[in-house]
Write a protein that binds this ligand. Sequence first.
Ligand SMILES: NC(=O)c1ccc[n+]([C@@H]2O[C@H](COP(=O)([O-])OP(=O)(O)OC[C@H]3O[C@@H](n4cnc5c(N)ncnc54)[C@H](OP(=O)(O)O)[C@@H]3O)[C@@H](O)[C@H]2O)c1
Length: 288
Amino acid sequence: MRISKKTVVIFGGKTGLLGQSLTKAFEKAGARPVPLSSADCDILDPMEVEELLEREKPDLVVNAAAYTQVDLAEDEQDKAFALNATAPPLLAALAARHSATFVHYSTDFVFKGNKRTPYTEEDSVSPFSTYGISKSDGERGLLKLGYAKTLIIRTSWLFGPGRTNFVRKMLDLADCRDTLTVVDDQIGSPSYAPDIATHTLQLLEKDATGIFHLANSGETSWHGLASMAVKLAGKECAVTPIPTSDYPTKAERPAYSVLDLGKFIKTTGVTPRKWEDALEEYVREILS
Ligand SMILES: NC(=O)c1ccc[n+]([C@@H]2O[C@H](COP(=O)([O-])OP(=O)(O)OC[C@H]3O[C@@H](n4cnc5c(N)ncnc54)[C@H](OP(=O)(O)O)[C@@H]3O)[C@@H](O)[C@H]2O)c1
């Protein structure tokens, strides 16, 4: 597909961490993005969505909207399932009425985390947190619907401009504390939102459909990510590793959720840059 001149409705495109980067990437590619927040259009209201699609007549519908508060989801299960499990297949069905390509994002948290080699698209899902189960149900709903022009991208550990995220929080805390303690026994793939947006367009250019894993190259722990961010920002703050058992959270996270990028690389011919290089760009942007 040629992206240029295409009308792209982006749920989450006005206020979401990934959505804002997607809006910029589609703009840069010469498309006509229609970025939305929940105030513009509620994805839980099919009539509102249908009216919007009727008005915009999109070539592409991108769902970067979701319930993303992993711990709060344990207390707000209905909300998490409505947004992450019920809404995606409804959106895809409405996109299908307009023959629009449907792009949806999912998460590494659909995996159990008991592997020690990167998860491929062939690995079976086995989520255990409310967030993970709701996102996995969303994927299943889309696969069951079976709309052929559907692209599902699982990404992980997002950071980037436009909305608060783990890296930003660590850098803000480093300004007012001498020491940060961060878990070092959860391993994953940090993903820079602008890179994930650019790579999404590369998949669309190849007419990719089905499930793809997408992250920056490499892997680290939350401690590794925080210490590198603090180091790159030149902040005087010690970052001390702690086990997950010393930082209990309401929702349990997978101990290992690195995503295998082989299918993406084979399909697009592009290898995502290392997370450290992407982080350096982000930190430079924050400091300027
Ligand atoms: N963040 C991560 O580390 C991470 C990791 C792996 C996968 N993912 C996945 O990547 C995708 C994007 O995540 P993100 O972190 O960029 O999300 P985010 O920053 O939390 O943004 C969520 C977006 O969803 C919108 N939204 C919420 N409820 C809505 C509703 N009822 N109707 C319409 N829009 C609604 C929000 O709009 P308002 O601002 O108006 O509420 C916001 O724009 C999600 O599918 C997420 O599961 C994220």
